[in-house]
Design a binder for this molecule. Structure first.
Ligand code: FES
Length: 109
């Protein structure tokens, strides 16, 4: 039996390409986590789905390039790094790697 060490890549299907319109996000539940997946000009990004301020659904936020604005109080997050760019959010969110396989959007969870 092979013993594996460290974090293994575990990509799981989170959505399909056609379900996320360009410039928009979609909230998904994957492996017990709530994520927000965004389609920015055909590139896909995945972050934690809930804002670190009061838990708003970030998938419903407006995007400006690779920055999403929280729909409740306007905190902004960088989709590429998860960093928070403005208050009232106290910290950033986790980002997740994405791969596209066929029409599947898969997230490394
Ligand atoms: S819930 Fe996101 S800024 Fe308040």
């Amino acid at each position: 039996m092979q013993v594996k060490r460290g974090k293994q890549m575990a990509f799981v299907k989170a959505s399909v390409v056609g379900e996320i319109a360009p410039g928009k996000g979609k909230q998904v539940a994957v492996a017990g986590k709530t994520l927000a997946i965004f389609n920015i000009g055909g590139s896909f990004f995945a972050i934690d789905g809930e804002c670190t301020h009061r838990g708003a659904p970030l998938a419903e936020g407006e995007c400006a390039g690779t920055v999403v604005e929280c729909p409740w109080h306007g905190a902004r997050f960088d989709l590429t790094s998860g960093a928070h760019l403005s208050p009232p959010a106290p910290r950033g969110v986790t980002t997740y790697k994405i791969q596209i396989v066929g029409d599947e959007v898969q997230v490394d969870i």
